[in-house]
Design a protein around this ligand. Sequence first.
Ligand code: GLC
Length: 736
Amino acid sequence: MEGTTRADGLLAQLTLEEKAALTVGRDAWTTVAIERLGIPSVWVSDGPTGLRKLRSSDDMSLTNTLPATCFPTESALAASWDVALVEEVAGAIAAECRAEGVGVILGPGINLKRSPLAGRNFEYFSEDPVLSGRMAAAFVRGAQARGVGACLKHLVANEHETGRMYADSIVDERTLREVYLRPFEIAVREAGPWTVMASYNRLNGEYCVESRRLLREILVEEWGFDGIVMSDWLAVNDRAASVAAGLHLQMPGSPTAPAVVAAVREGRLDEARLDELVRELLVFAERATAAGAEPAPAPDLDAHHRLARRAAAAGIVLLKNDGPLLPLAEAGDGVALIGAFAREPRFQGAGSSQVRPTRLETLHDELPHGAYAAGYADDGASDPGLLREAQEAARGARVAIVCVGLPESHETEGVDREHIDLPAQHTALVEAVLDVQPNTVVVLINGSAVAMPWAARASAILEAWLGGQGGGGAIADVLLGRVNPAGRLSETFPVTLADTPAHLDFPGDGDGRSHFTDRLFTGYRSYDARGIEPLFPFGHGLSYTRFEYSGLRVDGLTVALTVANTGERAGAEVVQLYVRERAPRLRRPDKELRGFAKPVLEPGERRELSFRLEPRDFASYDTRVAAWRTDSGEFEFLVGASSRDIRLRETVTLELPDSLPVPFDRLTPLRDWLADPATRERIESAMAGVPLLSAALDSPMIAAFVADMPIAKLVILGALDEPELGELTALANRAS
Ligand code: GLC
C-alpha cells in the first residue's frame, strides 16, 4: 500500500486515545483530523445517483442538501449495459464532489435485485452478479480517476429493507461466493475501490460489521482490498468487536472511542489490530484528500445535465413496439399526453440517495403534444372523473402516451414493496385509455419490475426507469426517434409475483431471519431452471433498427462473432455472451452471463466482436475444498440479444486448469474409488469377498445401486478393515 512508510511514522506518534478517535467519525459526514500531526479530515457524501452533500457536516437530514446533478438511478444506468457511460457519469459526480471538497462518494450500491419487492432496487444495478460487478468497477474507475474515492455498498446480503438493521441473512457459502459476494469481488479486483461499506444486517448469525471472515479474510486476504471499510450509518453495535473484525471506521460519529481505549487497556482488544486499521486509515486519509490539494475547477453543470439526459436515454428499454408505432411520426396536436408523472416527474428513489437537482425536465415540456390529462391524483385515490378526462384526451388523438409507474411511497430505502402491481389508479388509467385508443404507448417510471396485466393490449411499452433530472427529455428523445433506444433489461420482469425466484422467502419469515433459499438461482437463472416464461426476460430490449449475428467462432477461451445492422438507421446492440457447462460436477444454473458488448452500428455496417474469457469464468465454488474449481469438459457458448433470444451457439471441449481435487475420505462414494486407477483393483477385490458387493461387479443394476455407498460401509460389511481403508485413502489422495 503506497504511503505506508509515512503512515508508519505517524502511527508511532499517535496516542492510544488518538488512534481510537480516528476509527470513529467526527460527525455525520466527516472523519476525525489530528491537527498536530497534519492528519486531515475526509468528507464523505452520498450517493450513487449524484452528490447529496448536507449544508453542514453534522446534519443527518435527507433534504437540507446542496444542488447537484441528479443522474439516472443505477437501475437505469445498468439498463444501458454501457460501462463507458457509467464511468463517465461517475466522473461527473466526482467532479461535483471535488468542487464541494468531498473526498468519497458513497456509491455504487451493488446489492443484487434478488426480488422486485426490494425497496432499494432502484439504487442497485442488476439481478446478475457479473453485470453488477462490471458496472460497479466502471463507477469506481470513473470516480477515482477524478481523485474521489468510491464506496462499494452494502457488504453483504443486504437484499431487502425489512428489518435491515437486525435481519439475519441465511445464505449458503456457495451462493454467497458465486452470487452475492461476486459483484464486490469483481469491482475490488478490477478497480480497487478506496472504501467499502459494511451493511447493517447479520450474515448467518454474525453482524457484517463484526465479521472478521468477511472484512479481513475474504475482502483483504483473498481479494487484496487495500482501502478502508466503513460501517453503514448506525450499523455498529459493539465498537471494540468491530475493530477486532477489521472495520476501520464507524459512521456517523458516536461516543464510542473510549470503549476502544478501554478494550485495549483491559486486554480485550489486541492493540496490533487497532494499529493495523489506523495505519490503513492514515493511508486512506492521504489518498482521499490528495486531489483536494489542487483547486477543483467549477464543474460544467450544463454539460453534466446533458450527460444526465444522454445517460437516461441510454437506459430506456423499448419493451414492445407493435406496428411499429414508435418512433412517433410527428409530435404535436395528434399526441395526447396522459399521466401526472409527465408533468410532476418521478426521477429518483427516496432515501439517502436523494439529490436536489440543478434543474428538472418534464416530458410535458419536452414533448410537443395536444391534449393533456393527469389521469390520477398523487394521493392515490381513484377518480372516475380523471379517467373520463383521460379517455376524452386519448379518443381525440392519433396516439396516446400514458405515463404510469411507482410513486415515491412505493420505492424507498427502508421499506420493501408488498406487491409488484402499479398503483390501482395507474392500472385503471392504462386500461381506460386502451379501451378508447389502440395506438397507445405506455411509459413506465419505476426502479424495479412491475406487473403489466395490460401488456398484451398496449401497442408499445417503454421502460424509462427513474431517469434523473434529464429523464423527461430523454423519454421525448426516444419517443421522437432522436435517440434509437438501446437499453436492455438488467432484471427479469415476471408475469406475476408468484413467479419470482425469492417469492417463498422474501423478505423473511417475520422472525428476523431471511433464508436465501433461491440460492444460485437468482433472476433469469431461476426462470430458466424452473421453465417459467417471464413477461420480459433479462437482457431484453428492442431497437428502431435490426441486427443480425453471424460467424460465431470459439478458439479456446476467445469467442468471436460478427454483428450487422440490417436496418435503415444507426443503432446500438447489446450482444450478450452466456456460458453453459454441459455436464457439471456440481449442480449449476443452465447458463450464466459471462460477457457483453454494445457496438454502435451505422445502417449496413458489420462489426467483428471478440470476448476473451478467463478460466474463472467457468468456475464454480466447491465448498468441499473451500475453493473455486474448474473442470475440463464440454461447454456451450450462447450469444444472444437477450437471455431468451439466443442467436448463435457452439459447444466446445475445453481443457481448463485442474482444480484442487476433492479429497477422498470415509464418505467418498464407491463410484469415485472405482473410477480412480490408483484404488480400483484393491476395491474390486475387496468387493469380490462380499456377496452384495460381488454381485455389483457383474450386474450394472446392482452396481448402480451400490455406487453411492460411502467406502466406510465396506468396513461395516467386513470387506475392508480400518488400516486398509486408511492406506487406500492415503493412496487416493496422494495419487489424485
Ligand atoms: C444509509 C444507507 C447508506 C448510506 C448511508 C449514509 O442508511 O444504507 O447507503 O450511504 O446511510 O446516508
